[in-house]
Structure formats: C-alpha cells, structure tokens
Design a protein around this ligand. Structure first.
Ligand code: AMP
Length: 642
C-alpha cells in the first residue's frame, strides 16, 4: 500500500499537469536538476516506503533552495490563468503579460472588507470571472469573522490537489524524526466535519477541513498524516458531533495496540476527545463488552462501519477501559490506553499554546508534534523539525503554494493601502528576527490579501525563511475555532453593560482572558463597576444582582461573533461565558503593576486581554462575585456566512 502511495504521488506530479501546474512546474525543474538516473537507480534500491520518503524530502530541499525563482514562476502562473478576471482588469493590470514589478505597482494590498463586495456577487450567483477565470467550486467559510460574520473565500477545484500534495510532505518529515514510524501502525486522529450551507446563488459554503475530509483526495489519498486512521471514514463524515466522536473513540479503543500517533486538527479538539472519554467511558466499555454499538448511534453508515471493527465481545478490553478511566488520576492516560503511541499530533501554536500544559498532563511526556500551518485562504507550509519543543515550532512556507508577500509589522499602522503595498517584502527577502503580516496571492483569485497572521522570521532552511506564528492581528480571545477581536469584545461589553443602567451601575473598566483549566474552556471577563454600585448596595440585593449579572453574561454571548456562538451551540466546544466582578480599585492596581515594570503612566492603556500569571492572580484575588451565562446564545445555521 505504501508503495502504491509512492506511485500515486509521482503520478500526481507527472500527470496532473492541467490541474496542478504549480507543482508540476516545480517537480519538472526538480527532476531535471536533482534526479539524474543514478539517483533514480539509488532510490529504486531502497525499500519502497523509504524511497517514497526520500523522493519527497529531496523535493522539499529543491523547493526551499530556489524560493525566489519558485515564487516568480507561481506568480506568473497565477496571473496567466487569471488573466481576464475582472478584479485584475479593474486594477489596470494586463495580467497575461505582467511581470512581478508591474503586478506590485498596479495591484493594491487588500483586506476582507475590500474583497467582500466581490465575494457577495459570487455568492449571489454571478458566474462571470470576477476574481478567477476558473469556476468557483465552493466557498470556504473561515473561522475568522468580519463584522461578526464568518468570512467566505472562493475555492477552485485544483486547490484541493495542491493542499493534498502539501499534506503528502508531512509524513516523510515525521518519519525522518521518528524512525520506525513508516513501518506501519495507525493514527488515532479525531477528525470532524461541520454542516454545509448554501449561498443565495447555490454555492456550498463549508469550512476548509470539512471540504478536505469530504474530498476524493482525502478519501483516496494514500499518503499524508491521516492515512491509516483508526477512525472509519463514515464516522469522520457523520455530521452529528456526538455520534462521530463516539464511533471514533470506540474504534480507537478497539485498535489500541495499533495506534502509533494520536491527534486531531487543533489541540482544543484532542482535549475535547479526552473529556468525552471521561464522560462516556462506561458506555464505551459496555459496548466493548457486549460487542455491540449503543443505540445512541443511529447513523446506519456509522453503525455498519463500526461493526467492521467491533466484531465480537471483548470483556478484557472492557475491563481495562473501566479500570484505566475509572482512576482519579488521568495523568499520562493516553500512554496507558494507547501504549505504543510515539507522539501527539495537533496544532499547538498561536492561540492553541494555552493547551500545552493539559496535553503534557494527559500525554505523560509524549512529544507534542505540530506539523502544518494553513488557512481557508491557502495552505502555507510545514514544520521541518516536528520533534522540536513546542516553543520552538517554526513553519517553512512552501513557495509553490501561492505567491507570498510580507508587510513589516512596524509599518502596518503607517500610511494608506497604497503606501502599505509599496512596503511589502517578497518571501525571499524577509529579514531574520523581524515580524511581518502575511499577504497572499492565490490560484483561487485572492490578490495581495492580508491574512491577518503576524509571523516572526526565526531562521532559514536553505533559502526558505522559517516563521514562528506570533499572533493573529486583533484577536484577543480564542478557545477553539473562535477568534474574538478587541472591537467585538468592546461591543459585547457595551451591549451587556446597558442592562446595568436601570440598576444605577455601569462598567468602569474591563479585561478578559480564556480559562482552559477545564474542558471546554470559556471566556472570563473581569468587570470593575463604577462606585455608584457599592458592594453594600449589591449585597443588599443579592438575588437581583445574580440574575442581572447572569443576563449580562448571556447578552455578551449574544453580541459575540457567529463562530463563537456556533462553537457554543453546535459544537459545545466553549463553556458558558463568565463575568467576575472585581473590587473597586483593582484596575488601578493592575496599572501600578504595569508601571512598576516600566510602562509609561501617560501611555498606559488597560489591556483588554490578560495573560501574565501575576496579573491574573491579582484580578482573581479581588473577585467579589462570579456569574455564568444561564443558557445558550442564539445560533442557527441558516445564513451562509454563519
Ligand atoms: P481558518 O481560515 O478558519 O482555517 O483559520 C486559519 C487561521 O487559523 C490561520 O490564519 C491562523 O490564524 C490559524 N492557524 C492555522 N494553522 C495554525 C498553526 N499551525 N498555528 C497557529 N495558528 C494557526
């Protein structure tokens, strides 16, 4: 099977010329320069898996040695195929003949707000070549939001091949760091899809991973990190979150000795799976003992698929699950239940770094491996040192995925879009230790689009810069897929604090943080109320205060973006929002602490999100009362932007 994977990969490079021109171009150049007959012969003498891996590793070497020429070629390809698209013509660009300098001088840097009118037209049914000359096959709905609604990005058919081929480079890199992995074994990857919606013009809108898991490339792919997964495809493709998770967990337990790696997409998802096991292990053990799936899983396809794995009663395994999961101490539980696991594979950079301590706790010292960096706009790159410490993770952007430019972060605020466009730096010209915001031009028709991620250059692999993910521009709070920015938080506080007015109170200051000590994590918002609401007054109306504050929590949730509400309602991956009312004067103390550490009193601004342990401790030590949202906010999957 692995040999088949090798053949398919090479075939993909040689045969999909019409669809993955970028890769083919790169592969041809690579072949010419790096694959003379003698190397080909040498590869043939290797065992098939090793030869396949060696081929891909050499491909990575070639790509990273020739970053600038790859980027020149990619831009020429993108412009060549999108010549005739309305947007580029509007910019005054003759895309068919334009070179890099002309492209840079004519096409401005753009944000989602600039893109939105074009997206709206396509969503409403305009089939003319608006952004790309290739037909838009679907929209990818991002977890990023604009004005509270999920952003939509156009996708074109061959983009999936490009993403699949990038995924195909992950396992050779891992196999190099974890010898013996290529020999067999399985991954226990918890993968989920979300329901799709339709735009008014009839195009499907769905998250990028949903689109990928449903694709032929995923179903038939014979390489990539998810190949040889313990989860049957039917379980992954089940839209019911409980049934999908239950079936994947049960199949993972039944094949526990085969599992070499455990993971999911983001760290929060793997922790959700562990919490699910805590809540459901008795039922899971009963099913294993009986050799029969619970009637709570009703999806016939899932039932059939699980029946192929849960073939007969296994009382020993059932007893093992009861004993292990019944222990009070869950430290290292993953290594006890899946004893052959070599590492955990999840995204642990950016907002997900908050889950590292929990993963270490449950993983009992297993390496945390973080392999990929991508988005709805485009897949960007991979981590070439997957065995490194989580704090060291850097991604090498693959120069054949899109045309990449970088806006120096110091310059982001300066000037208008024209001035910004002039300051963009090419991938091959970023400088070590500087921070940049990522800007992409994609095959699917985004032109000089600001992704919103801030990256720091940590070094180079050959000529390819490596980037540490620093933060998402403007995002202050994120527990799962949600990304809440400062403006959304501000608005939510304003809307909710209006409920205090009839009671003669208002919010003097606020800040926030995520609390991920328990699963699911939740938002904590600290409110200091104006002295008009004295503690005595509040204490005199305890009942009333609790009810009002509970309503404030819910009102904040209602005012937060669609992704937050979807995570609360549909995925239950975020817990009820909490408001902690702190003593008057607390924020003064927070400022004094900042000043004592060198902040200027004149320029001091209350941070709208706190992460410093000392400040969190200070705030928590001043809490007068704590209140949770009493119910779920509204969310319905009716609008495509939801
Ligand atoms: P979405 O468009 O919903 O797929 O979200 C993409 C965004 O998720 C990226 O732009 C990043 O902000 C974040 N993201 C994706 N991969 C990583 C990663 N490996 N590390 C940190 N953040 C990531």
């Amino acid at each position: 099977m692995v040999f088949l994977g090798q053949v398919q990969w090479i075939l993909a490079l040689y045969l999909r010329q019409g669809s993955v021109v970028g890769w083919i171009g790169a592969a041809r150049t690579y072949r010419r320069r790096a694959m003379p007959t003698s190397i080909g012969a040498a590869l043939k003498s290797l065992p098939a898996p090793a030869a396949a891996d060696a081929e891909k590793l050499r491909f990575i070497e070639e790509l990273t040695r020739n970053v600038d020429s790859q980027q020149e070629r990619v831009l020429a390809e993108i412009l060549g195929r999108n010549a005739g698209a309305e947007y580029l013509s509007t910019c005054g660009l003759d895309a068919a003949t334009a070179d890099r300098a002309t492209f840079r001088s004519k096409v401005p840097v753009m944000s989602y707000e600039d893109l939105q009118p074009y997206i709206q037209r396509i969503a409403n049914g305009d089939r003319s070549p608006v952004l790309s000359t290739r037909p838009v096959s679907e929209f990818l709905s991002s977890s990023g939001t604009s004005a509270g609604e999920r952003k939509l990005f156009p996708n074109v058919k061959d983009e999936l091949d490009r993403r699949q081929l990038l995924n195909g480079l992950v396992m050779p890199v891992i196999n190099r760091c974890f010898p013996g992995m290529a020999k067999g074994g399985k991954g226990l990857f918890f993968l989920f899809i979300m329901s799709e919606t339709k735009t008014p013009g009839g195009l499907v809108a769905q998250p990028v991973l949903t689109s990928y898991y449903k694709s032929e490339q995923f179903k038939n792919g014979s390489d990539g990190p998810y190949y040889h997964n313990t989860s049957p495809l039917e379980a992954i493709l089940c839209e019911d979150a409980f049934q999908s998770m239950y079936a994947q967990m049960l199949c993972g337990l039944c094949q526990r000795h085969d599992v070499l790696r455990i993971g999911g997409s983001f760290a929060s998802g793997l922790l959700r799976a562990i919490s699910f096991l805590q809540l459901n292990f008795k039922q899971l053990a009963d099913d294993i003992e009986a050799g029969k799936l619970t009637s709570r899983v009703t999806d016939i396809c899932v039932r059939d698929a699980v029946a192929g794995i849960l073939r007969r009663p296994d009382p020993d395994l059932a007893q093992f699950v009861r004993t292990e999961c019944g222990k009070d101490d869950w430290a290292g539980v993953l290594t006890r239940i899946w004893p052959n696991t070599r590492y955990l594979d999840v995204i642990i950079t950016g907002a997900m770094a908050q889950y590292i301590p929990a993963l270490r706790h449950y993983g009992g010292g297993l390496p945390l491996v973080c392999t990929r960096y991508g988005s709805s706009e485009c897949f960007f790159g991979i981590n070439l040192r997957p065995a490194c410490d989580p704090s060291e993770v850097s991604y090498t952007i693959m120069p054949n995925m899109a045309y990449f430019e970088f806006l120096p972060v110091d310059d982001v605020a300066a000037g208008d879009d024209d001035a910004r466009s002039r300051r963009l730096v090419d991938l091959a010209r970023v400088e070590a230790r500087r921070e940049y915001e990522l800007v992409v031009t994609t095959y699917a028709g985004l032109n000089r689009f600001r992704v919103g991620d801030v990256l720091r250059v940590t070094g180079f692999h050959n000529a390819a810069p490596q980037f540490r993910f620093v933060r998402r521009r403007n995002v202050v709070l994120s527990v799962d897929f949600d990304k809440t920015d400062e403006a959304e938080l501000q608005r939510a506080v304003e809307v909710a604090s209006a409920l205090l007015r009839p009671h003669g109170a208002s919010v003097a200051e606020y800040t926030s943080r995520t609390c991920t000590e328990r699963v699911p994590g939740h938002y904590v918002v600290y409110w200091e109320l104006l002295p008009v609401t004295t503690t005595t007054k509040c204490a005199g109306a305890v009942e009333n205060e609790a009810t009002v504050m509970g309503r404030c929590c819910l009102e904040m949730e209602e005012a937060l973006n669609a992704m937050y509400r979807q995570s609360r309602v549909a995925f239950r991956s975020i817990g009820p929002l909490e408001i902690r009312v702190v003593q008057p004067g607390t924020f003064e103390e927070v400022m004094e602490y900042a000043v004592s550490r060198g902040a200027s009193v004149n320029q001091y601004k209350v941070p709208r999100c706190v992460t410093l342990p000392h400040v969190i401790q200070l705030l928590d030590s001043r809490v007068l009362s704590s209140h949770f949202s009493p119910s779920l906010p509204h969310w319905t999957p009716t609008k495509p932007s939801d």
